[in-house]
Design a protein around this ligand. Structure first.
Ligand code: HEM
Length: 385
């Protein structure tokens, strides 16, 4: 088994892991995103991964971390093995994720283990079927309003897009009664900002309780046509914070897909391939496992840095890659832990993308597409009439 030198462990942290943390794992930070784009941090991260792979070979590379077993993954088949072997023997609920997610979704499926996880997973899969909600009319409604704004101002900015996106998301998840409840998603953002600092930040019990009360009020209405109607408030209240949180990524992916002139589900998938919103997929082994002839101990954290794999398919918009059969093309993860919201995202984000793109002068970005793209700074001009 290859073990990285101290210097190379330092490089892996400095160039791959810490810059990803700095951008914000749970909620993106504006200043850090701008800095990351300026330095093209993801290009340096992919180069570092490539040089480690050249030096140590394709098997998982152990980093020298005191008291922990941590391994970087380089081989597409090893990625498939980790994802197919989830949640046993490769648990999704790693120590880091549990610490971060405890802030705003302690009962979420991603932070759970064992029988409880299985139950919550089944619940999510069933609840998030796109046919459960009237996505089409919600997205078209909200997109039409935004198109009017874009036509009058001449430009689509992130801030105006995000406002529209969150209105649509609150309607999809909680119904029209939540459309204007910006305080709900703002409170969730505060909880998510604390989660960025996982181990270090004191818990905000006050904000958490306020958020949960507001959420419960919406769930009690159980509005037909929204996800709030698919189960009881008690069943939903532990899972919905993750849904609201994860729709943020879908908005970011949509805005970037617009910038490259993407369309439909393949446009959404390509945006998420080029700029994955979950750039680090983590798994923690629940027993000792054997890799290329060597044993790695129980509780080893495996790190899959997805941009390294995704960019092997190039720096251009390639809708032909989808639907895909490549084991390491995993913007929505894969195997039994694959994102259960994937289809709902492809339908809602794909529709938002297709409705807006007709009214914009896109693409604004052409190949080679940048390794890091700051969505906050995107400005997409309205189509010329
Ligand atoms: C572009 C948008 C999205 C992307 C790229 C994405 C990607 C992912 C990825 C990579 C994972 C696996 C995380 C891991 O292994 O640690 C995941 C898990 C999950 N996602 Fe998504 N997601 C998106 C949107 C959504 C939405 C909108 C929902 C719900 C409405 C959702 C619900 C979930 C849930 C519940 C899990 C946990 C699954 C489990 O633990 O088994 N996601 N997502």
């Amino acid at each position: 088994m290859a073990v990285a030198s101290r210097l190379d462990t330092g490089r892996a942290f400095a160039k791959v892991l810490l810059p990803t943390l700095a951008k914000g794992v749970i909620v993106r930070r504006r200043s850090a995103m701008a800095m990351a784009e300026w330095t093209q941090a993801d290009a340096a991260a992919v180069d570092t991964m490539t040089s480690l792979r050249d030096r140590y070979g394709p098997e998982p590379l152990r980093l020298r971390v005191t008291g922990r077993s941590v391994a970087l993954v380089f081989d597409a088949d090893d990625v498939a093995r980790l994802l197919d072997g989830s949640p046993e023997p490769f648990a999704l609920a790693t120590t880091e994720k549990r610490a971060a997610l405890n802030y705003f979704q302690p009962h979420g499926v991603l932070a759970s283990r064992g029988e409880e996880r299985e139950r919550r997973r089944r619940f999510n899969e069933k609840a998030l079927r796109p046919g459960n909600v009237d996505v089409g009319s919600v997205v078209r409604d909200e997109a039409d309003l935004l198109v009017r704004h874009v036509t009058s101002t001449g430009v689509l900015t992130w801030d105006s897009f995000a406002q529209t996106w969150w209105r649509a998301v609150r309607r999809i998840v909680l119904g029209s009664g939540a459309r204007a409840d910006e305080a709900l998603t703002d409170e969730l953002k505060v909880l998510r900002q604390n989660a960025n600092w996982a181990f270090l930040h004191p818990r905000r019990h006050g904000v958490r309780q306020r958020f949960e009360r507001r959420l419960r009020d919406h769930l009690e209405r159980g509005e037909t046509g929204s996800l709030a109607a698919v189960a009881t408030p008690d069943e939903l209240v532990g899972q919905v914070p993750h849904w609201l949180f994860a729709f943020d990524a879908a908005g970011i992916v949509t805005m970037r897909a617009l910038a490259i002139g993407g369309s439909g589900a393949a446009g959404v998938l390509e945006s998420a391939r080029l700029w994955p919103t979950t750039p680090v997929i983590l798994r923690e082994s629940t027993l000792a496992t054997r890799w290329h002839g060597t044993w790695l101990p129980e509780k080893t954290t495996f790190v899959v840095f997805t941009p390294y794999f995704h960019r092997q398919f190039g720096d251009a918009y390639r809708p032909d890659l989808w639907p895909n059969s490549e084991p390491a093309l995993v913007p929505f993860s894969g195997g039994p832990g694959v994102c259960p919201g994937r289809d709902l995202v492809l339908v809602s984000a794909g529709l938002m993308l297709d409705t807006l793109r007709e009214h914009l002068d896109v693409p604004v970005l052409r190949p080679p597409l940048p390794a890091t793209l700051n969505h906050f700074a995107l400005r997409l001009p309205a189509a010329r009439r």
